[in-house]
Every structure is written in structure tokens, then in C-alpha cells.
Design a protein around this ligand. Sequence first.
Ligand SMILES: Cc1cc2nc3c(=O)[nH]c(=O)nc-3n(C[C@H](O)[C@H](O)[C@H](O)COP(=O)(O)O)c2cc1C
Length: 279
Amino acid sequence: MSDAVDTIENALFERFGERFVVDPTLPGLDELARISARRVHRRYLPRAVAPQLLRLLCACALSAPSKSDLQQADILIVRDNERLNAIAGLLPAMPWVREAPVFLVFLANGRRVPQVARMRGKPFPNDHLDLFFNATVDAAIVLATFLRAAEAVGLGCCPISVIRDHAREVSEILELPQKVVPVAGMCVGWPTEEGRVSPRLSLDTTLHEERFKEGDLSAEIDAYDHRRAGLRPYRNQRDVKRFGTASFYGWSEDKARQYAAPARADFGDFVRSQGFHLD
Ligand SMILES: Cc1cc2nc3c(=O)[nH]c(=O)nc-3n(C[C@H](O)[C@H](O)[C@H](O)COP(=O)(O)O)c2cc1C
């Protein structure tokens, strides 16, 4: 059996707790192996990523599909130390932002299409939620495509949505104009370690056929918590002061604790202040 088939079957078993049988004659198995076994990387070798390589990867990322070919996603490369330090200084819990050889910011750009409308002397009656949503979706697809391209050449990446905890400051540092918002940052570098596959909810929970079905969510979540704890137990419990120490601490306990505190409740205000209308 080929290495790629092994990799895919093992990665998906670890990921979903389900055995897949992969046809070894399928084309593109190397790519499926990379996609199925991908993992986040937060530690990087002190080795530069050549600017031409980065530009190539950005071009591949920006080859992603774009809603109505409107092309509303941009990538911003942050090289300047002062800017990088200013951003990293906002995120002391994430030292990998400062340590990564490359830091990118993926932007939702809802500005260009209204500018084009003005250039061509046309009305623009679409300044509503859809403008923000389409630009954000495009940026997310470009981000995901960047990950795929970077991982194909052996780089490791970590998206950074925590920049949105400081959306206003980050936007000032990056001089983002009206109707441009940061969707996520991205650390990029040559990884120091292999990393581990992160188990996901079972496909019984997240894959639907014909119609949405919820099934026995509670039992499915319990099963996932235990499967995951067997493979990747949490090292620390979140917010013990408020919630105490749980005898069993699984993914659902962690996520419930994480979202028991308000997160980015001011993000809507920020997006509106950047000139987007969210109605
Ligand atoms: C949109 C997005 C934002 C993320 N933001 C952060 C972040 O701010 N900091 C961080 O360390 N990891 C961040 N991550 C990485 C996730 O924590 C990671 O993907 C998740 O734990 C699953 O692990 P895996 O990618 O190895 O499957 C982000 C991932 C995505 C897709």
C-alpha cells in the first residue's frame, strides 16, 4: 500500500475515529494525504522564508475562487519590525506571532467594488450585510488556500484570529482604510516539529445527507470528548477559579468555559466604524 494511502487512512482514523478505505488508484493521493494529515504549527526554525517563495504562495492563495469574481480578499505582508512588535505586543499570550519568520494578515476588502462602481459612474445599492459577508468569505477561502499552498512546500502555519480582539489597534497599525477589516493573521515558518493531528467531531455530527439532522448530540459530544481525551488530553483546565476543577475535562467542557466569557462583543461596532453596514 502506498505511503499516501497509509497517511490518509491513519490521519482520518485519528481525526474522526472512523476507518476509511482509500482506493490506491485514485489520483491526487499525495494532496489528500497532506490535507487529511494537516495540523497547526506554532514553533518555527530560525530560517527565513524567501520573499519570492512568499509571493508565489500568495499568488496561489489569491487564485482561490471568488464570489461573483468580485475579488474582495487581500493579503497584507507585515515585515517591518516596529509594526510586528506593535501587533505582537497586543498578543502576549501568543509568542509565536513575534517568533514566526513571516506574519500575514488576511483582509476582507469591501472597499474596492464600491470604488469600481464610482469609477464607472454606476450606483452601488449593495452596501449592506452581504458586502461584508462576501468579502469575509472570500478572505477565508484565500486564507485556507494559502494554508494548502504553504503546507505543500513544507511550511507550517498558524492562523491568528486573536488579532480581532484588538481589531481597532491592528487596523491602525496596518493603516486599514474604511471598508477593509482584518479577518485573521497568519504565522508562517519552517516547522521545528511534526505536530499532531487534532481529532474532530465525528462525521455523524458534522456531515448531513439530504436534510439537517441533529441526532443525539449529547451522546455524540460525550463520545467525542472521550475519544479526544484518549488521544489529546487537555493539559490545563480553563478558568478554574470560576468553574472549579473538573474530574473529566473534555473538549465540550473547554469550549463551554471558553465561551462563558464575552469575546469580541465590540466587533460589530468596530466593523460598523470601518464603514460596513450590517443590516
Ligand atoms: C480562523 C482561525 C483562527 C485561528 N486563530 C488562532 C489564534 O488566534 N491563535 C492560535 O494560536 N491559533 C489559532 N488558530 C489555530 C486553531 O487553534 C487550530 O486550527 C485548532 O486548534 C485545530 O488544530 P489543527 O489546525 O491542528 O487541526 C486559528 C485557526 C483558524 C482556522
